[in-house]
Write a protein that binds this ligand. Structure first.
Ligand code: ATP
Ligand code: MG
Length: 440
């Protein structure tokens, strides 16, 4: 993409209401534009990152054997009256009446909708388990929308649901999602720690929030620092194997968020020097809730004995739009964003330092073409701005590598390649530019 063709409305100053660094940088880098409180438009650079995250999440759901569907944003109130949540949800739910005066709502989540889909078509235990997900916009009329896309009112979520015959089977599904989440966050180059969360009246230990450590996070977290060293080979996961060993290697180490914290348990389970208290951002939440919705909404199947059995359910969310902010929170410096390679909007940025010099511009054009045909996604700064503007803009948007083309490229056929994260600069022969990137 040539910058002269691109819509990249960078700002010099961050807006006054942007309290945290990710919100400031997303505004300054022209990634989003505010529509109203907690509601944003996604501009080209931001949308590209959002889609990259979405795709990684999708690939890992697919790999775990979860089926993608797409449910509507607008749901009928009747379903929520069946589960009893129409009243319970309170003011966070945006309620709408259609022209026939039927009560509708903009979905804040989809347990009711999916349970309805399930009960219409699945009638036998033989068709279980069923694992389904979708990636769809949600609306929650948050009391205090803030921090940009981190606590929005309209936000993009991946939500998945499991249906099993009994508690034991539903734990197998739960473990699949647990491992799938570890793998997803690892691919996003994030250290997300699974933390035991409130399970409500059902009890048990089948609710975990995946939280990344960040001083701007809204959750207080308490955990065993051994969790930070926990590394697992997750690339060749076989989801049909027993995953409980892997899951337990996390579960047995103490880690909880605010509402589950208890000082005595902390002291009992974690040595003093390993006790870590911090703040974190919740990027995912998995939750097994048994028959809560299936009972109220009569989602039954026939079991082996030909009797009606109420299915056991779980739900599994990832905040895709929140992740854009969360990744920036954990990867930035005083100059701007530093994208992990897996979600960077472009692989490489090219800076032509002398747009008015025909030779340098023709070299830049060639390098751009070469890298693009080698399969790299490149953002080419071909604007007629001064070098200072170009350098700071490229640093701000945080692509992993910058190819800097100037006088030396003309006289000695040499380019400078800057690594955004380390600041290291390598001199690369123009001829070798594609092989340089293939090896880095
Ligand atoms: P929180 O405690 O942050 O309000 P939640 O527990 O209400 O979140 P869930 O219902 O578990 O959220 O939703 C699943 C995921 O959706 C969360 O883990 C989070 O990543 C994301 N999410 C929830 N609310 C928002 C929001 N207002 N803006 C952006 N992402 C959100
Ligand atoms: Mg949650």
């Amino acid at each position: 993409m040539r910058l002269t063709n691109y819509f990249l409305p960078v700002l010099k100053e961050s807006p006054n209401d942007a309290e945290i660094i990710s919100h400031q940088l997303m505004m300054r880098a022209g990634m989003i534009s505010q529509s109203s409180s907690g509601i944003y438009s996604w501009l080209p650079l931001g949308l590209k990152v959002l889609k990259k995250i979405e795709n990684i999440v999708r690939e890992e759901q697919d790999a775990a054997g979860v089926n993608e569907i797409l449910m509507p944003t607008i749901q009928p109130a009747d379903l929520w009256k069946e589960s009893g949540r129409y009243e319970d949800y309170g003011k966070e739910m945006l309620r709408i009446n259609d022209r026939q005066d039927r009560e509708m709502l903009y979905g804040p989540t989809n347990e009711e909708q999916i349970t309805d889909i399930f009960r219409r078509s699945i009638k036998s235990y033989k068709e279980l388990p069923q694992l389904l997900y979708h990636i769809q916009w949600k609306f929650r009329d948050e009391l205090r929308p803030r921090f940009g896309v981190m606590r929005g009112r309209e936000f993009l979520m991946k939500d998945a649901y499991s249906f099993d015959l009994d508690k034991q089977q539903s734990e197998i599904s739960y473990n699949k999602f647990f491992v799938c989440y570890l793998k997803t966050f690892q691919r996003l180059e994030l250290k997300a720690i699974p933390m035991a969360a409130e399970t409500g009246p059902i009890g048990g230990d089948l609710s975990h929030e995946f939280i990344i450590i960040s001083k701007t996070g809204e959750s207080d977290i308490y955990f065993d620092s051994k969790l930070l060293e926990q590394e697992n080979e997750l690339f060749n996961i076989n989801y049909s194997e027993d995953l409980s060993g892997l899951v337990n290697s996390y579960k047995t180490l103490y880690a909880v968020s605010d509402d589950k914290f208890n000082q005595d348990d902390f002291d009992k389970n974690v040595s003093n020097e390993n006790q870590t208290k911090s703040k974190g951002i919740e990027v995912g939440h998995i939750f097994s809730f048994g028959t809560k919705y299936s009972e109220a909404m009569k989602a039954n199947v026939l079991n082996k004995d030909g009797k009606q059995a109420t299915v056991f359910m779980g739900s599994y969310g990832i905040g895709i739009s929140r992740l854009v902010g969360a990744i920036i929170e954990s990867s930035n410096d005083e100059k701007g964003i530093i994208w992990p390679k897996s979600v960077s909007p472009y692989d490489i940025g090219i800076i032509n330092l002398k747009q008015k010099d025909d030779d340098i511009t023709s070299i830049s054009d060639d390098v751009y073409e070469k890298l693009m045909s080698a399969g790299f996604d490149v953002l080419y700064d071909d604007k007629d701005d001064n070098p200072g503007v170009k350098f700071s803009r490229m640093d701000l948007i945080g692509l992993p590598y910058q190819v800097i083309i100037g006088n030396k490229s003309k006289s000695d056929s040499i380019l400078e390649v800057k690594n955004r994260k380390t600041g290291d600069i390598s001199e690369v022969d123009i001829e070798n530019v594609t092989s340089f990137f293939k090896n880095s």
